[in-house]
Write a new protein. Structure first.
Length: 429
């Protein structure tokens, strides 16, 4: 026999409907369920009607008992032991003697609990009457068991949440993969493809990621090829200019060529760093000596004020790229600062990480621009003291260098107060 195959939305509807019905039943049960103490209070309220029922049996002779009618009247079972005779609508009703062993007095009657059922006993002049009510036994519970409807409702909610989460797991996987892709990782794909309406969506997302990866790989290959091809004519131009008569026009052209070489080198470097850790040439280096070397490279770095002492730690870094990182952050701070105002360099370390902080006192950067600051070719407009020769790749390369070393970089800025770049790098253990 072939059962119909339900789609995801049909299952959602069935789950919602079943959960709603079950929770409704739980709330109804919770409203009517009562503890033994509450049951005794209800008996007290109905004591007169109950006593009248027992009196009617007492005033009726055994020959005229209508046992089954009595059972229907109380919606349960009844047993009467009188004048040596026993009358009951069921054969397995406990004996009066057994019930009395578990009985407790309640006004003119006794109540007993026997085998999870509750009984009321009334003493006649010449015998006993015992009754038990089916609705009463369904609604009365002892101690914490009275909370079973709420426990069942919580169980239903948890089970519904688990089922729903299981059905939506592929969608959550897709969100996670898309988040990684938005960060530039096009190697991701959604592995689990469900057999429901999400399958087509997930397959489309996987195809889109594959197409993007192919497109960006082609772009990178073209960029590298063009960059390498441009170096040869630039080298020829430099040789020709070096042999030419020097004047201000030749110097200007030479500066432009150097600027183009810098752009090409940064483009190539950015593509090299896309492979992350594999592109690095790591060596162990003593940090204080490394910082001293960088600060001694340029006269402009004399405007950099060190905050505190450089920690005596050893870093395992690619020296050339580490120097580029510090040099670029320092130059960036100097460009955005007044000529007569110092910038700060602070280096601290703990057992696991080195923290580099470079700060200036420039005009700062707006919040809208901060989120784009590490994007390639992004340049903040309307910034005072900006070098017009910047090409917008420096901070992108800084981020790539830090991440290739297993670290991270952050930026904080307030308009009118300045900007702080904070880089975190792992320390050799």
């Amino acid at each position: 026999m072939n059962f119909p195959k339900f789609g995801l939305f049909s299952r959602f509807f069935a789950l919602f409907g079943a959960s709603t019905i079950l929770l409704g039943l739980c709330f109804v049960a919770a409203y009517f369920v009562m503890s033994e103490e509450q049951a005794l209070r209800q008996l007290d309220l109905r004591y007169k009607a109950m006593q009248a029922f027992f009196k009617s049996i007492e005033s009726t002779s055994p020959q005229h008992y209508q046992i089954h009618q009595y059972a229907e009247q109380i919606k349960g079972d009844i047993a009467i032991e009188r004048q040596g005779q026993r009358f009951s609508n069921i054969t397995d009703f406990p004996s009066i003697a057994t019930l009395l062993e578990h009985a407790s007095p309640f006004k003119a009657v006794f109540y007993a609990k026997y085998h999870s059922k509750y009984y009321l006993l009334y003493q006649l002049p010449d015998g006993w009457v015992a009754i038990t009510s089916t609705p009463f036994n369904l609604l009365v519970y002892s101690k914490w068991v009275v909370y079973w409807p709420w426990l069942l409702a919580i169980t239903i909610l948890c089970a519904s949440y688990g089922i729903l989460r299981y059905w939506l797991t592929p969608l959550m996987d897709m969100f996670s993969v898309v988040k990684q892709v938005s960060k530039g990782d096009f190697t991701q794909s959604i592995e689990r493809i469900p057999n429901n309406e999400f399958a087509e969506l997930i397959q489309g997302v996987n195809k889109m990621i594959a197409d993007l990866n192919t497109m960006f790989e082609a772009k990178n290959e073209l960029l590298l090829a063009v960059s390498h091809e441009l170096r040869t004519p630039l080298a020829h131009m430099q040789v020709s200019l070096a042999m030419s008569h020097k004047d201000k026009h030749i110097e200007k052209v030479t500066q432009d060529i150097q600027h183009m070489e810098q752009l090409i080198e940064q483009l190539v470097e950015g593509e090299r760093l896309r492979s992350g850790h594999q592109a690095l040439h790591l060596t162990n280096n003593y940090l204080p000596a490394l910082i001293d070397e960088i600060l001694a490279e340029s006269i402009s770095f004399q405007r950099i004020r060190r905050v505190g002492e450089v920690p005596d730690v050893v870093l395992r870094v690619d020296v050339g790229r580490f120097k580029f990182l510090i040099r670029n952050l320092l130059n960036n701070a100097l460009k955005h600062n007044n000529n007569d105002v110092e910038c700060w360099l602070e280096v601290t370390a703990d057992d696991n990480n080195l923290t580099l902080v470079v700060a200036d006192q420039g005009r700062g950067i707006s919040k809208a621009a901060l989120s784009h600051l590490f994007e390639p070719f992004y340049r903040v407009s309307k910034v005072a003291y900006r070098d017009a020769k910047g090409i917008g790749l420096g901070l992108c390369l800084c981020k790539s260098i830090v991440e290739a070393h297993g670290g991270s970089i952050e930026v904080e800025s307030k308009l009118g107060k300045g900007t702080r770049f904070i880089a975190f790098l792992p320390v050799c253990q």
